[in-house]
Design a binder for this molecule. Structure first.
Ligand SMILES: C[S@@+](CC[C@H](N)C(=O)[O-])C[C@H]1O[C@@H](n2cnc3c(N)ncnc32)[C@H](O)[C@@H]1O
Length: 271
């Protein structure tokens, strides 16, 4: 990645996500949410905003063919990667393009809905949650993971500062959109408004970890929506930007690379 010509952003987004973000933290969070769902044989599971499919894959690895799993995402590019990773013969998960706000399923179709870091991005969150409620069986249950606000993420705070300075306010806003639902009162109200009952919010704290840090920095940025903008920066500016990030997170770099806390709300609820 760090070749003779300097820093290069080489990977496409979904590939970089699988290569850097899944091992650094997303895979562990996916196992967490699947574990909480306490899946049973025969469950029909829906993974909303499934991306490249890490949560669906964890559910499959935990339950095998005893459950049926469907992943839905609005973005065909991430679904293409999900299909590539899971051939129907080896990991039989159904991947479907669709909007959370208008789910392409009949009423009461699923026993469990999982959604890892998707709700923040849905353009109409109340409508999406109402749709999710509609496709859930009467005994069905949902599990959402939602980051706390940016101040609880030393690494992303440093990234945000650098992106704001070197790429621009719009890109910084895109990054911070991941951290906009970290208010538990607002979260609870959203779920109540959509008709959910027995709403439980659990605060979970984990560490992100990746070694070496420089590889994660480049790879993580390649996985981000502003990877292209960063690759177009002048080499000297990009170096300066990476140096600023490294300095800002120096307290979180040890002999094994980057390790920094991440704080997340897990919301569970039923109908
Ligand atoms: C941060 S990613 C999380 C992906 C995946 N759950 C994971 O943990 O790797 C958010 C995903 O939500 C999807 N998304 C955004 N808005 C959506 C919508 N309205 N309906 C369905 N998916 C949506 C995006 O395309 C993206 O793949």
């Amino acid at each position: 990645m760090n070749n003779k010509n300097g820093w290069q952003l080489l990977e496409d987004g979904p590939e970089a996500y699988e290569k850097y973000i899944v091992p650094a933290f997303s895979g562990e969070w996916a196992q967490d949410i699947v574990g909480r769902a306490n899946l049973c044989s025969g469950d029909k599971i829906l993974d909303i905003g499934c991306g490249t499919g890490i949560v669906s894959r964890c559910a499959y690895h935990s339950m095998g063919k005893s459950v049926s799993i469907t992943g839905v995402d609005v973005n065909e590019i991430v679904l293409k990667k999900a299909r590539e990773i899971c051939s129907p013969d080896t990991i039989p998960i159904e991947w479907k393009q669709g909007h959370a706000e208008a789910l392409p399923f009949p009423d009461a179709e699923f026993d469990v809905v999982l959604c890892q870091q998707g709700l923040q991005y849905f353009s109409d969150q109340t409508r999406a949650l109402t749709e999710i409620n509609r496709v859930l069986t009467s005994e069905g249950r949902v599990f959402f993971s939602i980051w706390r606000s940016l101040e609880y993420f030393p690494f992303y705070l440093a990234l945000h500062k650098a992106i704001e300075r070197y790429v621009g306010a719009k890109a910084a806003l895109t990054l911070s959109s991941a951290f906009t639902l970290g208010d538990t009162i607002q979260l609870r109200e959203l779920f109540e408004l959509a008709g959910f009952k027995s709403i439980q919010i659990c605060l979970e704290i984990k560490q992100m970890r990746y070694s070496p840090f420089s590889e994660f920095l480049i790879g993580g940025l390649a996985a981000s929506p502003f990877g292209n903008a960063i690759s177009k920066l002048k080499e000297s500016i990009r170096k300066e930007m990476f140096q600023l990030i490294r300095e800002s997170v120096s307290d979180y770099i040890d002999d094994h690379g980057l390790t920094a806390p991440m704080e997340c709300y897990i919301v569970s609820a039923g109908r």
